[in-house]
Design a protein around this ligand. Structure first.
Ligand code: GTP
Length: 186
């Protein structure tokens, strides 16, 4: 556990993932506690005051939109973030495949410094399906030990929305022991 995380007095959360998986909807659903039927391509950066977050730490939530941002800009945001929520849509297998083929390698590649940036995997639109993607996600977690937790949720029904942001805060403030210790024992 890094001491810098224990002392951290704010948390910066970045949401990334393929177009259309629901990043902007997740942020706006959290803030307004209802599903926005129409969303802009990118939400404004929001700050949640300490007293209304579960860990009592002011929390910034940052959206990403490929339409509005260059890759350079995304890399800057990645480097500023303390935790990255990588979002896929549970009804779109391609968006889940892209987590391990594109997004997680991209985060590793652009992560300055020695520590891996904690990641929360977020499967949105669970209201659309009657299955779970968790088995697939567990196999991804075996290969990427920076994944601190995973959650299936719905911006539409608000299912697990506050939990998702809580897991992101927790990944920064109370990270679990690194899994590579287990790997070394193999
Ligand atoms: P980009 O701006 O293209 O990166 O997309 P995004 O990831 O921000 O997705 P956005 O929030 O714009 O949502 C894309 C579409 O999915 C919209 O039509 C949303 O209404 C819809 N959507 C988002 N979340 C949910 C959900 O939980 N359930 C359902 N059924 N639809 C959703």
């Amino acid at each position: 556990v890094s001491s810098s995380n224990l002392l951290r007095r704010n948390v910066r959360i970045l949401l990334i993932g393929d177009p259309g998986v629901g990043k902007t909807s997740l942020i706006l659903s959290l803030v307004s506690e209802e599903f926005p039927e129409e969303v802009p391509s990118k939400a404004e950066e929001i700050t949640i005051p300490a007293d209304v977050t579960p860990e009592h730490v002011p929390t910034n939530i940052v959206d990403y939109s490929a339409l509005e941002q260059s890759e350079e800009n995304l890399i800057e945001e990645l480097q500023k973030a303390h935790v990255v929520c990588v979002v896929y849509s549970v009804d779109d297998e391609n968006s889940l495949d892209r987590i391990s083929s594109y997004w997680l390698p991209f985060i590793r590649e652009h992560n300055q410094g020695e520590n891996r940036k904690p990641v929360v995997l977020v499967g949105n639109k669970i209201d659309l399906v009657d299955y779970s993607t968790i088995d697939h996600v567990l196999t991804i977690m075996e290969d990427f030990n920076e994944i601190e937790s995973c959650v299936e949720c719905s911006a539409k029904t608000l299912h697990n929305i506050s939990e998702m942001f809580y897991y992101a805060q927790k990944a920064v403030l109370h990270p679990t022991a690194p899994l590579y210790i287990m790997e070394e024992q193999d």
